[in-house]
Write a protein that binds this ligand. Structure first.
Ligand SMILES: *[C@@H]1O[C@H](CO)[C@@H](O)[C@H](O)[C@H]1NC(C)=O
Ligand SMILES: *[C@@H]1O[C@H](CO)[C@@H](O)[C@H](O)[C@H]1NC(C)=O
Length: 256
Protein backbone atom coordinates (compact mmCIF):
# COMPACT_ATOMS: atom_id res chain seq x y z
CA UNK A 1 0.00 0.00 0.00
CA UNK A 2 1.36 3.39 -0.98
CA UNK A 3 1.27 5.96 1.81
CA UNK A 4 1.63 9.64 0.98
CA UNK A 5 3.03 12.39 3.11
CA UNK A 6 0.05 14.71 2.90
CA UNK A 7 -1.99 17.12 4.95
CA UNK A 8 -4.42 14.37 5.70
CA UNK A 9 -1.80 12.05 7.14
CA UNK A 10 -0.02 14.82 9.05
CA UNK A 11 -3.29 16.23 10.33
CA UNK A 12 -4.54 12.80 11.34
CA UNK A 13 -1.26 12.14 13.05
CA UNK A 14 -1.26 15.46 14.87
CA UNK A 15 -4.79 15.06 16.20
CA UNK A 16 -3.92 11.54 17.31
CA UNK A 17 -0.51 12.31 18.73
CA UNK A 18 -1.67 15.31 20.75
CA UNK A 19 -4.67 13.34 21.94
CA UNK A 20 -7.06 16.02 20.71
CA UNK A 21 -9.13 13.51 18.77
CA UNK A 22 -9.27 11.10 21.70
CA UNK A 23 -10.16 13.95 24.07
CA UNK A 24 -13.05 14.97 21.86
CA UNK A 25 -14.58 11.56 22.41
CA UNK A 26 -13.57 11.29 26.05
CA UNK A 27 -15.23 14.59 26.94
CA UNK A 28 -18.19 14.13 24.60
CA UNK A 29 -21.63 14.32 26.13
CA UNK A 30 -23.64 13.23 23.14
CA UNK A 31 -26.94 12.09 24.53
CA UNK A 32 -27.66 9.65 21.75
CA UNK A 33 -24.35 7.81 22.13
CA UNK A 34 -23.71 5.47 25.06
CA UNK A 35 -20.77 6.70 27.26
CA UNK A 36 -18.86 3.43 26.74
CA UNK A 37 -18.80 4.04 23.02
CA UNK A 38 -17.02 7.39 23.52
CA UNK A 39 -14.52 5.94 26.01
CA UNK A 40 -13.80 2.97 23.77
CA UNK A 41 -13.40 5.21 20.75
CA UNK A 42 -11.03 7.48 22.67
CA UNK A 43 -8.92 4.46 23.71
CA UNK A 44 -8.88 3.19 20.14
CA UNK A 45 -7.59 6.54 18.85
CA UNK A 46 -4.98 6.71 21.63
CA UNK A 47 -3.70 3.29 20.66
CA UNK A 48 -3.30 4.43 17.03
CA UNK A 49 -0.99 7.35 17.85
CA UNK A 50 2.21 5.35 18.26
CA UNK A 51 1.90 3.23 15.08
CA UNK A 52 1.01 6.26 12.97
CA UNK A 53 3.88 8.27 14.44
CA UNK A 54 6.10 5.35 13.46
CA UNK A 55 4.81 5.42 9.91
CA UNK A 56 5.24 9.18 9.62
CA UNK A 57 8.78 9.00 10.98
CA UNK A 58 9.73 6.66 8.16
CA UNK A 59 9.06 9.39 5.57
CA UNK A 60 12.37 10.93 6.66
CA UNK A 61 15.20 9.45 4.58
CA UNK A 62 18.56 10.01 6.18
CA UNK A 63 20.62 8.97 3.13
CA UNK A 64 18.77 11.26 0.75
CA UNK A 65 18.52 13.94 3.49
CA UNK A 66 14.90 14.70 2.68
CA UNK A 67 11.30 13.84 3.48
CA UNK A 68 9.92 11.37 0.96
CA UNK A 69 6.55 12.23 -0.58
CA UNK A 70 5.46 8.58 -0.49
CA UNK A 71 6.58 5.32 1.09
CA UNK A 72 5.75 1.67 0.46
CA UNK A 73 4.96 2.38 -3.21
CA UNK A 74 4.50 -0.51 -5.54
CA UNK A 75 3.34 0.70 -8.88
CA UNK A 76 1.74 3.98 -9.80
CA UNK A 77 3.62 7.02 -10.99
CA UNK A 78 6.89 7.34 -9.11
CA UNK A 79 8.77 10.54 -8.33
CA UNK A 80 12.30 9.90 -9.60
CA UNK A 81 13.89 12.53 -7.36
CA UNK A 82 11.58 11.75 -4.44
CA UNK A 83 10.73 15.42 -4.17
CA UNK A 84 7.20 16.78 -4.10
CA UNK A 85 5.78 20.09 -2.89
CA UNK A 86 2.98 18.24 -1.13
CA UNK A 87 5.48 17.76 1.70
CA UNK A 88 5.73 21.53 2.19
CA UNK A 89 1.99 22.02 1.85
CA UNK A 90 1.45 19.41 4.56
CA UNK A 91 3.87 21.20 6.90
CA UNK A 92 2.32 24.58 6.19
CA UNK A 93 -1.26 23.49 6.71
CA UNK A 94 -1.18 20.63 9.16
CA UNK A 95 1.87 20.68 11.40
CA UNK A 96 1.53 21.77 15.00
CA UNK A 97 4.10 23.67 17.01
CA UNK A 98 5.52 20.42 18.34
CA UNK A 99 8.73 20.15 16.28
CA UNK A 100 7.34 17.13 14.40
CA UNK A 101 7.80 17.96 10.71
CA UNK A 102 7.29 21.65 11.48
CA UNK A 103 8.40 24.34 9.04
CA UNK A 104 11.54 25.04 11.10
CA UNK A 105 12.46 21.37 11.64
CA UNK A 106 15.77 20.14 10.28
CA UNK A 107 13.91 17.65 8.09
CA UNK A 108 11.78 20.33 6.48
CA UNK A 109 14.68 22.77 5.96
CA UNK A 110 16.81 20.04 4.39
CA UNK A 111 13.90 19.14 2.09
CA UNK A 112 13.43 22.79 1.04
CA UNK A 113 17.13 22.99 0.14
CA UNK A 114 16.96 19.69 -1.78
CA UNK A 115 13.88 20.80 -3.71
CA UNK A 116 15.39 24.13 -4.71
CA UNK A 117 18.70 22.52 -5.71
CA UNK A 118 16.93 19.90 -7.81
CA UNK A 119 14.48 22.18 -9.59
CA UNK A 120 16.48 25.37 -10.04
CA UNK A 121 18.58 24.08 -12.97
CA UNK A 122 15.81 21.94 -14.42
CA UNK A 123 13.27 24.39 -15.80
CA UNK A 124 13.56 27.83 -17.42
CA UNK A 125 10.96 29.23 -15.03
CA UNK A 126 13.54 28.85 -12.27
CA UNK A 127 16.30 30.70 -14.12
CA UNK A 128 17.74 33.74 -12.40
CA UNK A 129 15.59 36.79 -12.34
CA UNK A 130 15.03 39.26 -9.56
CA UNK A 131 12.04 37.14 -8.69
CA UNK A 132 13.31 33.67 -7.98
CA UNK A 133 11.08 30.74 -7.28
CA UNK A 134 11.76 29.52 -3.82
CA UNK A 135 9.73 27.73 -1.27
CA UNK A 136 7.40 29.85 0.76
CA UNK A 137 8.01 27.68 3.81
CA UNK A 138 9.86 30.25 5.91
CA UNK A 139 10.31 29.52 9.61
CA UNK A 140 10.09 33.15 10.78
CA UNK A 141 7.11 32.74 13.09
CA UNK A 142 8.46 29.67 14.84
CA UNK A 143 11.89 31.20 15.38
CA UNK A 144 10.35 34.40 16.62
CA UNK A 145 8.04 32.57 19.03
CA UNK A 146 10.99 30.58 20.35
CA UNK A 147 12.95 33.86 20.74
CA UNK A 148 16.03 32.05 19.50
CA UNK A 149 17.52 30.08 16.64
CA UNK A 150 19.88 27.17 17.19
CA UNK A 151 21.90 26.81 14.02
CA UNK A 152 21.99 23.13 13.08
CA UNK A 153 23.67 21.68 10.02
CA UNK A 154 20.31 21.93 8.23
CA UNK A 155 19.80 25.58 9.19
CA UNK A 156 23.35 26.36 8.07
CA UNK A 157 22.71 24.72 4.69
CA UNK A 158 19.43 26.63 4.35
CA UNK A 159 21.29 29.92 4.95
CA UNK A 160 24.10 28.91 2.59
CA UNK A 161 21.57 28.31 -0.16
CA UNK A 162 20.22 31.85 0.28
CA UNK A 163 23.76 33.14 -0.18
CA UNK A 164 24.66 30.92 -3.13
CA UNK A 165 21.48 31.16 -5.12
CA UNK A 166 20.04 34.52 -4.26
CA UNK A 167 23.07 36.51 -3.14
CA UNK A 168 21.50 37.19 0.25
CA UNK A 169 24.57 37.81 2.38
CA UNK A 170 25.05 37.63 6.15
CA UNK A 171 27.17 40.29 7.83
CA UNK A 172 27.03 38.57 11.21
CA UNK A 173 29.17 35.48 11.60
CA UNK A 174 27.28 32.42 12.85
CA UNK A 175 28.38 28.95 13.80
CA UNK A 176 26.70 25.59 13.48
CA UNK A 177 25.83 24.39 16.98
CA UNK A 178 25.44 27.90 18.43
CA UNK A 179 22.17 29.40 19.64
CA UNK A 180 21.36 33.04 18.86
CA UNK A 181 18.78 34.75 21.04
CA UNK A 182 16.43 37.55 20.08
CA UNK A 183 18.63 40.22 21.71
CA UNK A 184 21.43 39.54 19.19
CA UNK A 185 22.00 41.17 15.81
CA UNK A 186 22.59 37.71 14.35
CA UNK A 187 19.06 36.61 15.26
CA UNK A 188 17.63 39.76 13.64
CA UNK A 189 19.62 39.10 10.50
CA UNK A 190 18.40 35.49 10.32
CA UNK A 191 14.80 36.70 10.35
CA UNK A 192 15.39 39.61 7.94
CA UNK A 193 17.27 37.45 5.43
CA UNK A 194 14.70 34.68 5.64
CA UNK A 195 11.98 37.22 4.95
CA UNK A 196 13.97 38.56 1.98
CA UNK A 197 14.21 35.03 0.65
CA UNK A 198 10.42 34.54 1.02
CA UNK A 199 9.88 37.86 -0.76
CA UNK A 200 11.53 36.39 -3.84
CA UNK A 201 8.59 34.04 -4.04
CA UNK A 202 6.06 36.85 -3.69
CA UNK A 203 7.90 38.78 -6.41
CA UNK A 204 7.72 35.74 -8.66
CA UNK A 205 3.96 35.51 -8.19
CA UNK A 206 3.65 39.21 -9.08
CA UNK A 207 5.85 38.61 -12.14
CA UNK A 208 3.42 36.00 -13.51
CA UNK A 209 0.22 37.82 -12.59
CA UNK A 210 -1.17 40.13 -15.25
CA UNK A 211 -2.25 43.69 -14.58
CA UNK A 212 -5.88 42.69 -14.09
CA UNK A 213 -4.81 40.55 -11.14
CA UNK A 214 -6.29 37.47 -12.76
CA UNK A 215 -4.60 34.21 -11.75
CA UNK A 216 -4.71 30.75 -13.26
CA UNK A 217 -4.35 27.31 -11.78
CA UNK A 218 -0.74 26.80 -12.93
CA UNK A 219 2.27 28.28 -14.71
CA UNK A 220 4.04 26.42 -17.48
CA UNK A 221 7.53 25.35 -16.42
CA UNK A 222 9.08 27.04 -19.48
CA UNK A 223 8.55 30.77 -19.25
CA UNK A 224 5.86 30.61 -16.62
CA UNK A 225 2.99 31.25 -19.00
CA UNK A 226 -0.30 31.07 -17.08
CA UNK A 227 -2.20 27.86 -17.85
CA UNK A 228 -4.92 25.61 -16.48
CA UNK A 229 -8.22 26.78 -15.04
CA UNK A 230 -8.58 30.58 -15.25
CA UNK A 231 -9.56 32.53 -12.12
CA UNK A 232 -9.53 29.40 -9.99
CA UNK A 233 -10.41 30.08 -6.35
CA UNK A 234 -7.37 28.20 -5.08
CA UNK A 235 -4.58 30.53 -6.32
CA UNK A 236 -6.46 33.55 -4.97
CA UNK A 237 -6.97 31.90 -1.60
CA UNK A 238 -3.34 30.81 -1.46
CA UNK A 239 -2.23 34.29 -2.40
CA UNK A 240 -4.30 36.06 0.25
CA UNK A 241 -3.11 33.55 2.82
CA UNK A 242 0.54 34.10 1.74
CA UNK A 243 0.00 37.87 1.92
CA UNK A 244 -1.43 37.52 5.43
CA UNK A 245 1.57 35.44 6.55
CA UNK A 246 3.93 37.88 4.89
CA UNK A 247 2.32 40.78 6.78
CA UNK A 248 2.69 38.83 10.03
CA UNK A 249 6.35 38.11 9.22
CA UNK A 250 6.93 41.78 8.46
CA UNK A 251 5.49 42.79 11.84
CA UNK A 252 7.87 40.34 13.51
CA UNK A 253 10.93 41.39 11.53
CA UNK A 254 10.35 45.12 11.03
CA UNK A 255 7.63 45.93 13.56
CA UNK A 256 5.17 46.98 10.84
C1 LIG B 1 3.24 1.42 10.31
O1 LIG B 1 4.10 1.23 11.42
C2 LIG B 1 3.90 0.03 12.13
C3 LIG B 1 4.88 0.01 13.27
O2 LIG B 1 4.64 1.03 14.15
C4 LIG B 1 4.12 -1.17 11.25
O3 LIG B 1 3.82 -2.35 11.94
C5 LIG B 1 3.23 -1.06 10.04
O4 LIG B 1 3.56 -2.09 9.15
C6 LIG B 1 3.41 0.26 9.34
N1 LIG B 1 2.47 0.33 8.26
C7 LIG B 1 2.84 0.56 7.02
C8 LIG B 1 1.73 0.49 6.02
O5 LIG B 1 3.99 0.78 6.72
C1 LIG C 1 -10.87 36.30 -15.01
O1 LIG C 1 -11.07 37.44 -14.23
C2 LIG C 1 -10.74 38.66 -14.90
C3 LIG C 1 -10.83 39.78 -13.90
O2 LIG C 1 -12.09 39.83 -13.29
C4 LIG C 1 -11.67 38.83 -16.10
O3 LIG C 1 -11.31 40.01 -16.80
C5 LIG C 1 -11.52 37.62 -17.02
O4 LIG C 1 -12.45 37.73 -18.04
C6 LIG C 1 -11.72 36.32 -16.25
N1 LIG C 1 -11.38 35.23 -17.16
C7 LIG C 1 -12.22 34.23 -17.40
C8 LIG C 1 -11.75 33.23 -18.39
O5 LIG C 1 -13.29 34.15 -16.86
Amino acid sequence: MKISFSFTSLLALSSLATGSLANTFRSAKWAAIPPDYNTDTASMYESQAAPITGNMTSFWNNDKNLILPAINSNGGVGKPANIDSQVFLAALHASLGDGFYTVDSDQMLASVVAKTNAFKPLYPINADTEATVNSATMPIATWSTADKVTVTKATGTFFNQMKELYGIGFTNVYEVGATYTSDSDTFGEFLANTMLSGDRYMARVAHHTDASGSMTEQWLRGEGTPTGAPNLTWPFEVHTSAARHRAAASRIVYGN
